[in-house]
Ligand binder design. Sequence first.
Ligand SMILES: [Zn+2]
Length: 199
Amino acid sequence: MASDIITIPARRGKAARVPRGRSVKVINTHGQQVVDTWAFNAEDLREFMSMEHSRVNFMKLRPALGDSFFSNARRPILTLVEDTSGGAHDTLMAACDNARYGLLGCAEYHDNCTDNLAAGLAELGLEPPETPSPLNLFMNIPWTPAGELAWGEPVSKPGDYVVLRAELDLIVAFSACPQDILPINGRAGPPTEAHFRIE
Ligand SMILES: [Zn+2]
């Protein structure tokens, strides 16, 4: 049975438990919002979804349907089973943090995905062992044959979603990325909320 829809508030984080074999549907409610995504083994948070280990497995810069993300212990942890968003997701960029916004010119504290991960897990009484490189859902980072990267705008539309199946008992965490200096959350307006549901 599917859970209620859970809100990832704009600029904030949210975490939930997902039992093995269940799936999480992540919805880009307003269409232009990047959602940083993490998954941790619920039995041992030191095992987590690793972009480096995942790319070794699927040998692509971004996953295709049926591809599994791997943990840092080289085990399948999440599998991409549905995607209506056009498939532009990023596996390369680190989560934003307050230092990153300092480099972008912010003189004061800026909301960030690293702190959102910690806050989301804290609501469950947990603490991340570190900030793993996230799966940046809906984040469009185009590349060139010369290896250059760019900050693209999302290609997703309102209501687009991905479905990820849990291959272990998991803690999943999401951050509605508060990036409002670069155009990764689109140019139309400020960062927005997003939603997810356990199915
Ligand atoms: Zn971010």
